[in-house]
Ligand binder design. Structure first.
Ligand SMILES: O=C(O)C(=O)[C@@H](O)CO
Ligand SMILES: [Mg+2]
Length: 269
């Protein structure tokens, strides 16, 4: 939903509207007032079907993730930092960009992966930066921008990027505008805190934000984060991107959307 002050919120269909099957969540999000969606994986459905569902519901797709392996496998969080998976990584990016072009999706979240214990960090880092740079070039040619995200170590032990500084450092190392930062406020609070200072510090690199509260990863307002302060800072900083509602609703999704009215007076969903 676009707002007068520029804060735009999109529904994460992997987290919200779980009361209905995925195929019905597009209409559910539109009926709730969203004009854009994100979700982690489009790959179980054809891009043509997803494009139709977006169009029928009057929605835009603004983000999805690069492919990952099955849960519990070494590639369950991605392949980008794995020196022995370069072919799989490149095939995954190519597939993701095919979907992004068909869905007219501007951002793809490139999952970093978990470094194997027998791979030295500097070896994994060199491979990761080379993979991100390669993928960024390919994405730019398709009119797509990649984003990378720091994930807290409790949720994904060993995930390759765990702090905003690490992720921003890779964005700077790759250079140019091909790769941006996916700043997930939930993960920042879980790992580091000092959210509003980091949002301001890394704002030039931030291409997308995601929100959920701590503890519990539920609706903003259910935990310790001062969302009125955070959203006011984002308005003042003129953050132009989308804010992904990537939280686990405490109860029925529609019953829990009141936080948008509370913290985003411009929301008219
Ligand atoms: O878990 C999150 O936070 C995400 O944004 C997922 O897409 C996996 O990184
Ligand atoms: Mg996230």
């Amino acid at each position: 939903m676009t707002t007068d002050h520029g804060l735009r919120f999109c529904a994460n269909l992997g987290r919200l509207f779980g009361e209905v099957p995925f195929e019905e969540r597009f209409d559910a999000a539109a009926e709730a007032g969203f004009s854009a969606v994100e979700y982690a994986s489009p790959y179980g459905r054809s891009p043509v079907e997803l494009r139709r569902r977006l169009k029928d519901a009057g929605l835009r797709q603004v983000l999805f993730n690069s492919p990952v392996g099955a849960p519990g496998t070494p590639t369950a969080a991605g392949t980008a930092c794995l020196p022995d998976r370069v072919g799989e990584f490149r095939d995954g990016i190519t597939r993701a960009l095919d979907y992004a072009v068909e869905l007219e999706c501007p951002l793809v979240h490139l999952r970093a992966g978990v470094r194997p214990a027998d791979v030295p960090r500097d070896t994994a880092f060199s491979r990761y930066v080379a993979n991100v740079a390669w993928a960024g070039q390919l994405a730019a040619g398709a009119g797509v921008r990649l984003v990378i995200e720091a994930v807290n170590a409790r949720d994904i032990p060993g995930y390759f990027l765990q702090t905003q500084e690490q992720a921003a450092g890779v964005v700077a190392a790759v250079g140019g505008d091909q790769v941006g930062l996916l700043f997930d406020i939930y993960h920042c609070q879980m790992s580091q805190g000092d959210v509003s200072t980091r949002l301001e510090e890394f704002l030039p690199s931030i291409a997308h934000i995601q929100v959920a509260d701590v503890p519990g990863r539920a609706e903003p307002g259910s935990g310790e984060i001062a969302w009125d302060f955070v959203f006011d800072r984002l308005r003042a900083l003129g953050y132009p991107g989308w804010i992904g509602c990537e939280y686990r609703p405490a109860n029925a999704t529609a019953d829990g959307l009141g936080w948008l009215t509370r913290y985003a007076p411009e929301w008219n969903g």
